[in-house]
Design a binder for this molecule. Structure first.
Ligand code: ARG
Length: 566
């Protein structure tokens, strides 16, 4: 039973207003003392030619409580509804327990496709912390949209094309050592790439050689293509190790190179539409009327660039997936790039360009030497993940917790702590990485939320053998029980809000609050204590059970796995 809907219907009958109008008007009062749902009477004042407080009073007198509504108060211009707690708790907990993993799910996305492009590191370059931010946000959004019934495709737009590969090939042919590369692909490839730049300062002719190699690569020459593929395969081995640790999967790894043969068409379309103009020998789309620098399509040497490949990729995605939304989870420094390509696509007459969305995020600050790294001055992500796991292991050992599988538990908490940190605030905010905050088991952190779950599961283990499937939930209607169950009820809304704004932090905040309420609940509502009578115990166990399921589902939407004990 939907309590809100019930009240909306009642109000519609009484006032003669459209249900949809009432549904928009009702709000959650800022303070729970003011009830569960409020109806502001101000908009009625004009029609009824009466002051809102009077309208509220008259309506309150005409409305009566029923099996779902405990009482109704008129306060100022508001009509405040108080639900029947026992009915609300019974209804919500039973529904949540019946639904299990499906609680909060929706089919609003049925038949619709959403593409989420994220991570997108550059091959032969370190997978850096910005790519991790993208990975955390994108993976969470993909999970959120799936939960809402969308067909989701996770895309990794690898940076695997561009003139730098000419340089890398030249470097490899001079100094490449396959044995070293296979041991430590990205570190070695980076080393010879850096060396190329140093040498090219002294011997500029190296640059010409590199250009020639890239030209060969673009022309499909066998040797250079094989080398490029080798760099890509080696890099992917390393990237996939990180993705495995994070529990992240992609449906496609089509990187920039995949579009290298799909760009002529784009250039032709833009030319036919009369959008290309010459500027310093380059072919560009002039966007000055939008106060943007031109979108460069072809460089003066005729080579295509990043933007061209992105436009070709968008067209390909439209044709391949016929998407409802095409999301790019990429750092805010690339905002202008996306505004330029979206505008260019719009001018090309692609009406679906309006469904392309740049979901940006802020910068990550690594204070001091907090991030140690074995690889010199670049922070390697795998090191950061391993460091988090190690630190977690130390904390668990110091806490003296008895966990069965410390490797598994440290890994889930250590990785969870990092993911949580990226999804803790609105994504456009910068992040300061701090181990202390991240691994604070009492603060707002993944370990804190995971501990709430483990605590609940431990209570349920102790209660093994007690059948609470038909618990009489009217036995557990304390304030803290009520607050907790109301939060359980709000899960679906939190998921929808997160999707509407592409902000996983709505779920992060939701689950953190849920755990806070749960802690309060089991502190003030003892469960397995000997003085708790059997019926009350059962009712409380049912609430614990429903809460555990929701914590687990919510954390899963952030990419965080729970542990049974910690
Ligand atoms: N590889 C790029 C980088 O590391 C990110 C790619 C973003 N996606 C895109 N479609 N342009 O900066």
């Amino acid at each position: 039973m939907d309590f809100k809907e019930h009240i909306v219907k009642k109000l519609a009958e009484l006032t003669g207003l459209e249900q949809s109008a009432i549904e928009k008007a009702v709000e959650t009062p800022p303070d729970e003392k003011l009830g569960d749902l409020a109806f502001p009477c101000f908009p009625l004042a004009k029609v009824l030619r009466k002051a809102p407080p009077l309208i509220a009073q008259e309506l309150a007198a005409q409305l009566s409580s029923d099996e779902l509504i405990d009482h109704i108060d008129a306060v100022g211009g508001y009509l405040n509804f108080f639900y029947n707690r026992a009915a609300f708790i019974t209804d919500t907990v039973n529904a949540a327990r019946d639904a299990g993993d499906n609680w909060g799910r929706s089919d609003m996305g049925a038949g619709k496709t959403i593409l989420v492009e994220y991570s997108s590191p550059n091959i032969a370059k370190p997978f850096h912390i910005g790519h991790l931010f993208s990975t955390a946000v994108g993976n969470s959004l993909a999970r959120i949209y799936k939960f809402l019934g969308y067909n989701v495709q996770s895309l990794n737009h690898l940076g695997d094309w561009g003139t730098q590969f000419g340089k890398l090939i030249s470097a490899y042919k001079r100094w490449g050592d396959p044995a070293l590369i296979e041991k430590n692909p990205i570190k070695e490839l980076l080393k010879i790439y850096v060396k190329f730049h140093e040498e090219a300062e002294k011997h500029p002719e190296l640059e010409d050689e590199a250009r020639e190699y890239f030209k060969k690569l673009e022309d499909g020459d066998d040797e250079t293509t094989a080398l490029w593929k080798y760099f890509k395969d080696q890099s992917l081995v390393e990237f996939k190790r990180v993705y495995d640790m994070l529990g992240v999967e992609f449906d496609s790894y089509n990187g920039e190179a995949f579009y290298s043969d799909k760009m002529d068409e784009v250039v032709q379309i833009l030319r036919d539409k009369g959008l290309l103009v010459e500027s310093d020998g380059a072919q560009v789309v002039d966007l000055s009327d939008m106060n943007m620098p031109p979108c460069i399509i072809l460089k003066s040497d005729g080579a295509t660039i990043y933007a061209t490949r992105d436009i070709a990729a968008a067209l390909y995605r439209h044709r391949t997936y016929n998407f409802d939304k095409n999301i790019y989870v990429v750092g805010l420094p690339q905002s202008l790039h996306f505004r330029q390509i979206f505008e260019t696509m719009k001018r090309a007459g692609w009406e679906w360009s309006k469904d392309c969305v740049h979901v940006g995020f802020g910068l990550v600050k690594l204070p001091g030497k907090a991030m140690s790294t074995r690889h010199g001055d670049v922070v390697f992500l795998e090191d950061v993940l391993n460091e988090s796991i190690e630190k977690t292991r130390e904390i668990i050992i110091n806490n003296g917790s008895a966990v069965n599988d410390i490797d598994d538990v440290s890994k889930k908490i250590g990785i969870g702590a990092i993911l949580y940190t990226f999804l803790k605030n609105s994504r456009e905010k910068d992040i300061v990485f701090s181990w202390d905050t991240m691994l604070d088991f009492d603060g707002e952190s993944a370990p804190y939320c995971m501990y709430g779950y483990a605590r609940g599961r431990s209570i349920l283990r102790k209660a093994a053998g007690i059948d609470f499937s038909n618990a009489d939930l009217s036995k557990s209607v304390s304030d803290d029980a009520y607050m907790l169950v109301k939060q359980l009820n709000d899960f679906g809304d939190a998921v929808k809000d997160a999707a509407a704004k592409n902000e996983p932090f709505y779920i992060n905040r939701y689950v953190t609050n849920l755990v806070k309420m749960f802690n309060k609940f089991y502190n003030t509502n003892p469960i397995m204590r000997s003085d708790v009578d059997e019926e009350t115990k059962k009712a409380r166990l049912a609430i614990v059970d429903a809460t555990c399921t929701v914590i687990k589902s919510a954390l899963a939407l952030l990419g965080i796995e729970v542990v049974e004990s910690m």
